[in-house]
Design a protein around this ligand. Structure first.
Ligand code: HEM
Length: 506
């Protein structure tokens, strides 16, 4: 037995340095006496460490991900593809279908009264009402406001970078997306009433803390989250009331934004939102659009830092663009510019494909569904009312659609074979974006009748931020050795942020 033990331990590389201890322990075990207890225990502990290491290095990659906190989307996609189109959730890779009825209680409360809490005709009606603010004509009108917000934030980044030697783009892009959402969707004005806007943001952050609470104190965090949500909705209701008063006084809005539009939109029966309903909806729009956009932009920055030659190509595209299309009177981009950035657009598509913020999307089945696998395997019955999780990660990295799915290759979007069928739902008429692919093949924004309502808004926002950043600013990694790996703990994102020197181009 001692011989077998030392042979097993010899095979484990980590124990090479402990071998002398093992040898002594093995020898002593053959001539056992109570005074050898210490050395045997030490050897047993060393053996335990070795076995732990051995199992760790042969561990299921998904479990390893959980232990290290690192995100490995390529592995998640491969696992799901190997398991087949439908597989049950076992809690580790978290994909396939799971048996759980309806939406969680917390989410129902959080999204109460909004589009996310509605089904069937009620959902269709709300969606029709909301979509008026996200059609291409409406989007075009938001460009001046968006540009002015971006420029103020970029100026701040240059200043911060001069003062501290760097700026953390992960943090700042989150701030920028937040500023966008608060300015355009809930009517905050950071340039005029900064402290009120900051107060709104603080309430929103308290609301978010209930989303992924620690198991201890979970209910308290959720209660506080709900209170913050109500406080935020009350504030937004007040903003809407003030705006209505201005409208009655005949004051024209300085900029167009979705909130102004939704205040006056009516459905086909002449119904419009009450102020409270609209406030509820707008807070949900902020939740749906803020983190998602910020995370996509952060992943975009990381890939650009990894591919400096891409920055050069994108810069050339922007320079050619301003030669071909004149800017507006304030030297800002117009809709024509946004429509003619194929490489930048392709770069964002590739980021969306590889790093979509939602790993899976859920639906509840309306009927029992019998799924028969194409390979003739055993049919699976999914009961009516079960929640199904569709894996966006696996869809977006399906090698049958995307050769070399784990390689970052924006040029695949310049290839006409991916332009097969439209990605827009009926209520989205935007002409943004050069490339179209079926949303069931690129699941980042969902698909079908619940496809992301803010998709074109988000894409315009990202193209505008990306275009202006590339055209007018230089940004370089402060620490080129840092490998910028995505982590899922203690936050979703990059462990040390994305630190860059940010300056205006000469
Ligand atoms: C990169 C940014 C974004 C991503 C990746 C994203 C992704 C998604 C996804 C995956 C869904 C679920 C779709 C489904 O169930 O099929 C969704 C729904 C939704 N998103 Fe987005 N989103 C983004 C930005 C935005 C923005 C900026 C807004 C609002 C201004 C927004 C508003 C919505 C709304 C209202 C829904 C619910 C639609 C419905 O239930 O009918 N999203 N989004």
């Amino acid at each position: 037995m001692p011989g077998t033990l030392s042979k097993l331990l010899e095979d484990l590389p980590v124990l090479n340095s402990l071998n002398p201890l093992v040898e002594i322990a093995a020898a002593r075990l053959e001539r056992w006496s109570p005074k050898d207890t210490g050395i045997v225990l030490a050897a047993a502990a060393a053996g335990g460490i070795a076995l732990g290491y051995y199992y760790y290095s042969h561990l299921d990659p998904s479990l390893k991900q959980i232990l290290t906190g690192k995100v490995d989307r390529g592995n998640v996609a491969r696992q799901i593809q190997e398991k087949g189109p439908i597989s049950q959730i076992y809690g580790i890779s978290g994909h396939g279908y799971m048996v759980k009825e309806g939406r969680s209680y917390f989410f129902r409360l959080l999204f109460k009264g909004s589009i996310l809490d509605k089904d069937n005709e009620e959902h269709t009606r709300t969606r029709r009402l909301l979509s008026s603010a996200f059609k291409s004509d409406s989007l075009r009108a938001y460009l001046p406001r968006m540009t002015s917000e971006i420029r103020s934030e970029f100026d701040l980044w240059v200043k911060m970078s001069q003062e501290s030697g760097f700026v953390d783009l992960e943090l700042e892009l989150k701030q920028l997306a937040l500023r966008f959402a608060f300015t355009l969707l809930v009517g905050a004005d950071f340039t005029k009433d900064h402290s009120i806007s900051t107060e709104l943001v603080e309430k929103y952050e308290a609301l978010l803390r209930g989303f992924i609470p620690w198991p201890i104190g979970k209910w308290d965090a959720r209660k506080k989250s709900m209170e913050a949500r109500q406080a935020l909705v009350d504030d937004v209701t007040e903003i809407i009331r003030k705006r209505r008063k201005l409208l009655l006084e005949g004051v024209k809005p300085e900029f167009s934004d979705p909130l102004w539009l939704l205040m006056t939109t009516k459905d086909e029966n002449g119904h419009s939102y009450t102020d409270e309903e609209l406030a509820d909806e707008c807070v949900v729009l902020v939740i749906a659009g803020h983190e998602t956009t910020a995370r996509t932009l952060a992943a975009w920055t990381v890939e650009l830092l990894r591919h400096p030659s891409l920055i050069t190509a994108l810069r050339k595209e922007q320079e050619d663009l301003v030669k071909s299309y004149p800017c507006d009177a304030d030297n800002n981009y117009t809709n024509e510019h946004i429509k003619h950035m194929p490489l930048l657009d392709a770069t964002f598509r590739e980021i969306e494909r590889m790093y979509g913020p939602a790993g899976e999307i859920s639906r509840v089945t309306r009927n029992d569904i019998t799924f028969v696998p194409a390979d003739g395997g055993k049919p699976t019955v999914i009961k009516k009312g079960n929640r199904i999780a569709w894996s966006v990660t696996a869809t977006n990295r399906d090698p049958a659609v995307y050769p070399e799915p784990n390689a970052f290759n924006p040029c695949r979007w310049l290839n006409s074979s991916l332009t097969s069928s439209p990605t827009l739902s009926k209520d989205q008429d935007s002409d943004l974006g050069a490339v179209k692919v079926s949303s069931f093949r690129l699941g980042t924004f969902g698909a079908g009748h619940r496809v992301c309502l803010g998709m074109q808004f988000a894409r315009m926002e990202m193209l505008l931020i990306g275009g202006l950043m590339i055209k007018d600013y230089d940004f370089e990694d402060v620490d080129p050795e840092c490998d910028l790996v995505e982590v899922g703990r203690p936050k979703f994102g990059y462990k040390d942020g994305i630190r860059v020197r940010f300056k205006r181009r000469a």
